[in-house]
Design a binder for this molecule. Structure first.
Ligand SMILES: C=C(O[C@H]1C=CC=C(C(=O)O)[C@@H]1O)C(=O)O
Length: 385
């Protein structure tokens, strides 16, 4: 789905962000008279949604576009809210040259944070089993950044990912936090990563990944965390006993596809309540969550913003799809002014990537893994084909 214009918008933050979003959306939909000739999930009003990773700090946003163009199962539709104006479609602009600088946590700082996390886990007597750390990287473009350029490049290179752009957060995530279609729910849990090495085939790397005790433990924490928190909402839940391998251009992941049936009535806890219950899984938080999440803030010392938070859409019937906002960048500046105004021209994007740290993690390998995970957005910005 692609949307433009803004018929309504909610900005919220803090621990109440999920319930704020849920009540705002239910109330708003209650006031909209819908004529829907298509009747598929995503038809009618849709809120493009991106929620902060952490309770504090971080801003969350829901946008009801004036126009949405959608396609699902070969059916295409257009939804308009009110008398939405015809869009003026301008050609996609190229970002010019791209240069990089350290973000709030450099690679060196990230390596130190990983080392500190490993020490803390080894000294914890089992109170901390996994923590997911990340760092950021700033990309500066010589021309104003057109989000459509990034989106198009990500979508064409990562067709088995969910490509998103919500209020400046643009990415292509391979991880589905939760999809709801009627009573059916689905999730793709990822954790455990390998990346291409010269002289080794993808099959060899995939076999090694499946056989790696470190990656299997990282993965198991993540799939168990999702399943444990989703189970109370479900009358049926199927969780494969062992993971498969998801192959992407830049990395390979251990993956578990979870499927379930919601036990509730349509008036029961909605998609946003279930999303709140499962976030953050141990794919982006850690194990146990209550010990890992405060350590993230302490060791990273940066605001993740909406990176690693739920991102996706919800419709008026409570159907929707939320990915985990990974392999993404937050556009912080598109352009300020042209010559003569004294303002900077060009764009600025803050890219994020990280990984799950367990007691036997090697800091150098973790830095290399985060670099591999930065590649999708870097290459999309650079227009690599
Ligand atoms: C935290 C990230 O990835 C998560 C998702 C898949 C695999 C992961 C891993 O192997 O560490 C991470 O849990 C990221 O991409 O920034």
């Amino acid at each position: 789905m692609v949307g433009w214009g803004c018929a309504a918008r909610l900005d919220t933050s803090g621990t109440a962000r999920f319930t704020d979003a849920d009540s705002w959306w239910r109330q708003l939909c209650g006031h909209i008279d819908v004529e829907d000739e298509v009747g598929l999930p995503g038809c009618g009003p849709v809120a493009f949604t991106s929620l902060a990773f952490a309770d504090q700090p971080g801003d969350s946003v829901l946008v009801l576009p004036e126009v949405v163009v959608g396609e699902r199962d070969g059916v295409r539709w257009i939804t308009t809210i009110g008398d939405a104006p015809e869009p003026v479609v301008e050609p996609v602009r190229q970002p010019g040259t791209v240069s990089y600088s350290d973000g709030r946590l450099s690679s060196t700082g990230y390596r130190q944070a990983v080392t500190a996390a490993v020490d803390r886990m080894r000294d914890s007597g089992g109170d901390l089993l996994k923590v997911v750390l990340a760092h950021d990287l700033v990309a500066n473009t010589s021309e104003p950044l057109d989000e459509r350029f990034l989106l198009h490049n990500l979508a064409s290179r990562y067709s088995n990912c969910w490509t998103f752009a919500v209020d400046g957060l643009v990415g292509a995530t391979p991880e589905l936090l939760l999809e709801r279609r009627g009573y059916e729910v689905r999730s793709r849990v990822l954790a455990g990563t390998a990346w291409p090495h010269p002289g080794r085939t993808d099959d060899e790397i995939a076999a090694e990944l499946l056989a790696s005790a470190k990656n299997r433990s990282e993965h198991q924490y993540a799939s168990e965390s999702l399943a444990e928190r989703l189970r109370p909402f479900c009358s049926e839940l199927s969780v494969p006993a062992s993971p498969s391998v998801l192959r992407l251009r830049n990395v390979l992941h251990l993956a578990t596809d979870v499927e379930g049936k919601l036990a509730d009535t349509p008036e029961g806890p909605g998609l946003l309540s279930v999303v709140e219950a499962v976030h953050p899984t141990a794919a982006v938080g850690g194990t146990p969550t209550a010990n890992a999440v405060p350590l993230i803030a302490e060791l990273e010392g940066m605001d993740r913003g909406r990176y690693a938070g739920p991102v996706g859409w919800i419709d008026g019937s409570g159907n929707g799809e939320f990915g985990i906002a990974l392999r993404c960048g937050q556009v912080e500046q598109q352009s300020t002014a042209g010559a003569g105004s004294g303002g900077a021209r060009g764009g600025r994007v803050r890219l994020f990537a990280g990984g799950g740290i367990v007691p036997d993690s090697d800091p150098d390998q973790e830095v290399a893994e985060a670099e591999a995970k930065l590649l999708p957005v870097r290459e999309a910005l650079e227009g690599v084909r």
